[in-house]
Design a binder for this molecule. Structure first.
Ligand SMILES: Cc1cc2nc3c(=O)[nH]c(=O)nc-3n(C[C@H](O)[C@H](O)[C@H](O)COP(=O)(O)OP(=O)(O)OC[C@H]3O[C@@H](n4cnc5c(N)ncnc54)[C@H](O)[C@@H]3O)c2cc1C
Length: 168
């Protein structure tokens, strides 16, 4: 039975950065019924970041069997170290699954609605006024939102600021 719309359903969230963190966050918020848009400054094909990624439980949890999107993986049963002379160390039992940045990004892109993913859109600054949170996005303009997520990488200038002003 459909109930009244939840308060969260009216939230508008802007995510800066359309790599793994931004898309993963966007996907989970979209699944929760939240009005979320992801803005990625790169206007072309995204470039791979990293080689083999270990599939950690948090990453695996993003992909539901019912989605029909399969994350390509490979696996190993154990790990063996090499000594300084090149000799084999003992085999440690350590079953792990691996994937790649490309595979994770492509699978997330298949699951996240394309009309909510904006390429060539650089989040520039945030400010608060009577209307609430305003976000300036290069190539898009100023948009209003209730929440911003800075997923612009490990060195994230947007998280360090100062990009915001006002009480929000
Ligand atoms: C050489 C190398 C090897 C790596 N190897 C591994 C590995 O083996 N395992 C592993 O887990 N990780 C590895 N990594 C880290 C890897 O980058 C991360 O796992 C993953 O890409 C991080 O995702 P992220 O979304 O947090 O950030 P990023 O991938 O850095 O994405 C940030 C995104 O934000 C965008 N952006 C930035 N500023 C703005 C803005 N103002 N507005 C809009 N968009 C913006 C950028 O264009 C970018 O697409 C490696 C990285 C490198 C460089």
């Amino acid at each position: 039975m459909d109930g009244p719309p939840s308060a969260e359903a009216h939230l508008r969230v802007v995510v800066s950065g359309g790599s793994i963190a931004g898309l993963g966050t966007g996907l989970e918020l979209h699944r929760a019924g939240i009005d979320v848009h992801v803005f990625e400054q790169d206007g072309g094909a995204m470039h791979s970041a990293g080689a083999g990624l270990v599939v950690q439980p948090e990453l695996a949890a993003l992909f539901h069997p019912s989605d029909g999107a399969h994350l390509p993986t490979t696996q190993c049963r154990g790990r063996r170290t090499l000594g300084f002379g090149g000799e084999f160390g003992p085999l440690q039992r350590m079953p792990q699954q691996f994937t790649s940045w490309n595979a994770v990004h492509a699978t997330l892109m298949r699951l996240f609605p394309g009309e909510r993913y904006h390429r060539g859109a650089t989040v520039q600054r945030f400010a608060c006024n009577e209307q609430g949170l305003q976000i300036d996005i290069g190539g898009v303009g100023a948009i209003a939102a209730d929440l911003r997520v800075a997923a612009d990488g490990a060195q994230s200038p947007l998280r360090r600021g100062p990009f915001s002003a006002g009480p929000c």
